[in-house]
Design a protein around this ligand. Sequence first.
Ligand SMILES: Nc1nc2c(c(=O)[nH]1)N[C@H]1C(S)=C(S)[C@@H](COP(=O)(O)OP(=O)(O)OC[C@H]3O[C@@H](n4cnc5c(=O)[nH]c(N)nc54)[C@H](O)[C@@H]3O)O[C@H]1N2
Ligand SMILES: Nc1nc2c(c(=O)[nH]1)N[C@H]1C(S)=C(S)[C@@H](COP(=O)(O)OP(=O)(O)OC[C@H]3O[C@@H](n4cnc5c(=O)[nH]c(N)nc54)[C@H](O)[C@@H]3O)O[C@H]1N2
Ligand code: SF4
Ligand SMILES: [Mo]
Length: 568
Amino acid sequence: MSLNNKVACPLDCFDACEAVYENSNFRGSKEHKVTNGKMCVNFANLLKEDFLVNPYFKNEKISLNKSLEILVEKLKSTNPKKTLYYKGAGNLGIMQSAPKTFFAKYGSVLTQGSLCDGAGDVGLTLGRGRNVNPPIQKLIDSDVIICWGRNFSVTSPHMYNLVKDKTFITIDPLRTSIAKKSELHIQLNPKTDYELALLFSKYLSENNLEDKEFIEKYSSGVKEFLNIVNKKDIKSYLQTIGITNLELEKFFEIIKNKKVSIMVGIGIQKYFEGSQIIRTIDSFAAYLGVHNKDAGGLWYLADSAYGYDKPLKASPLKKVDLPEVDFGEYELVFIQGANPVVSAPNTKRVVDGLKKSFVVFYGTVLNDTSIYADLIIPSSDFLSKKDLRLSYGHELKTFSNAVKTKNENTITEYELTSYLNDAFSFEKLDKEESILDYYINHKVKDSSFIDNFKFIEDIKIKNLYEDKKSSQFYLVMAKRKQNLNSQFKSDDKLYLHPNSGFKEGSFVKVSSPYGEANFIVALSEDIKDNSCLAYAGNKKANYLNTYKSDEFSSSAIFQEVLVNIELS
Ligand SMILES: Nc1nc2c(c(=O)[nH]1)N[C@H]1C(S)=C(S)[C@@H](COP(=O)(O)OP(=O)(O)OC[C@H]3O[C@@H](n4cnc5c(=O)[nH]c(N)nc54)[C@H](O)[C@@H]3O)O[C@H]1N2
Ligand SMILES: Nc1nc2c(c(=O)[nH]1)N[C@H]1C(S)=C(S)[C@@H](COP(=O)(O)OP(=O)(O)OC[C@H]3O[C@@H](n4cnc5c(=O)[nH]c(N)nc54)[C@H](O)[C@@H]3O)O[C@H]1N2
Ligand code: SF4
Ligand SMILES: [Mo]
């Protein structure tokens, strides 16, 4: 089999699968351990995309050359400090970072933080110095898998397939697909995960079950951690979390003498104190004893570039928090691989800002954001450009060949960057081959061993339940099998429990201190009766949340909100 017919799925997903192109068809690679011969519905959706093959200026089709000339002219006549470079997660190939290097040199404002996993990343790093997952084999070798704010079978279907016969426990306000396959589903109140982690630790401490060896050898701060743990009694923990003593007992019955893996997702950290929440969960994990074992461990969305020297480095003069970007403050914004009109918080502010600026949209398909673009430059689709994918879920990397001829009206990220560097007489990029070769050849050693763990010693978290009126709802967001964030057809309904008092198909107005939006109701027993659910990609959901960043990581806090719902 030729090496030249393999492509990496570029979608923002834990699995980072590898496909093989043969006889004009794609199939999942059998050599890639995680892919294991299958691709998913979203890869099929991607192959069916109506890829952009024309540049536009003010809604008129123009040639690629003309579009690049307009871009250069605009950049030359604008104060660089009045321009913004905004990159999303539409394609996770490493070559996506090339344009950033140009915009940093040119002097644009860049962004910091994320709309995704930022708070959790900082929280884990504060506790252990880095955010690295254990090798996937340790997951395969464990007995019990705890899915904590992570819909494992939907958001990483291939990693799930490797371990689907194990015993599962799910901790989630929503009865997700993985919750339905679990031996125990702890359907807690949103934003009470840190209390659950403290309650679990209290149980361990009272029953003398903690991992004394790990604590003694590799950690500090356990005394202070236990002081926090003991501030509340079991009964009041159970009450605020919204679960029963029976569930607590069952949890420990299931994991007793078992090799345990904890799969933490982004669900637990979409809050102002998301970093503290994940640190409390990681502290429980350390106390229980899942770290540094032959099997099991704690997995999150790891820093996939850990251990690599970045050949595409950018050192901007100024950065602004990604969720707090005010597009209206800039004379020109360059948006690459993103759809902030749907995916960034506080949609009204995003749209108002875009209307005031000269917007350059650089993407592979038209989307809700390109509607506001003055200039549209088509990026070549993933099948026609070389790239390499790292994964935030596991340690495998996947090379992506150009298996189709590039449409001549499109331009790859590397080519665009080279063009702009030439136009501004900036230093050239390294050769594309040599950047890719570096990633192919560089071996990253396993650095998941934790030798200096710092238990969380102080917790300051404002509970949503303290402010919540009984008529209000928590806003829960979750991914969906059939679409990937804002890519592919979304489900724009608002999901409520049948006890919510609303009927299937009702039109409702949902409001919060940050905004309002109208939805059609769908009822489901899977939703907790004090919550409402909007799936990722829902075009209205982000009208309801704040653009403010979390406390430590410059990241979005989509669920730090309580909403009111009325018939419209
Ligand atoms: N099919 C598909 N796969 C995807 C994506 C997709 O859009 N579609 N997106 C990809 C991306 S960008 C990412 S970041 C990953 C994310 O992967 P996951 O982390 O699995 O993603 P989510 O579904 O956002 O969140 C997981 C769960 O958190 C729950 N949750 C919400 N609030 C709370 C809470 O307060 N406590 C607890 N315990 N749980 C809570 C939600 O109900 C949800 O079931 O998935 C990737 N994979
Ligand atoms: N309500 C709500 N909002 C959310 C979330 C949620 O669960 N609920 N999830 C959050 C999370 S976890 C994430 S990661 C973000 C994701 O949000 P974004 O980073 O905005 O990502 P997408 O919505 O997937 O953006 C996809 C666009 O990227 C472009 N694109 C695709 N491939 C390429 C390419 O090769 N080159 C270029 N130049 N462009 C390309 C396409 O035009 C496509 O429309 O959304 C966040 N927002
Ligand atoms: S599971 Fe994820 S990486 Fe694999 S094909 Fe589907 S979207 Fe792509
Ligand atoms: Mo994400």
